[in-house]
Write a protein that binds this ligand. Structure first.
Ligand code: SF4
Ligand code: SF4
Length: 77
């Protein structure tokens, strides 16, 4: 699992679940995502991510999702 934090949010990838369907790449409004040479999703422009959640919504294989670490930390208290 790879976690990419930015501010209060993090984008999380579970690459081994990714089948390279490209649905997340096509649905991202900010061109944050791409497929690598092995047809696995990668983040190419994390700084442009607006954490809209569309990639998580579209992925049929639970290979990409958002986390808000601040909220998780509060729940854990
Ligand atoms: S959360 Fe939104 S902006 Fe960020 S990678 Fe996913 S679809 Fe793109
Ligand atoms: S939608 Fe999911 S399975 Fe398809 S390319 Fe994106 S992360 Fe991979």
């Amino acid at each position: 699992m790879e976690r990419y934090p930015q501010g209060d949010w993090a984008l999380v990838l579970e690459s081994h679940r990714c089948k390279g369907c490209e649905l997340c790449v096509e649905s991202c409004p900010r061109q944050v995502l791409a497929l690598n040479e092995r047809d696995k999703v990668v983040i190419v422009k994390l700084e442009d991510c607006i954490f809209c959640g569309l990639c998580e919504l579209r992925c049929p294989d639970f290979a990409i999702w958002l986390e808000k670490p601040v909220v998780l930390a509060e729940v854990a208290r």
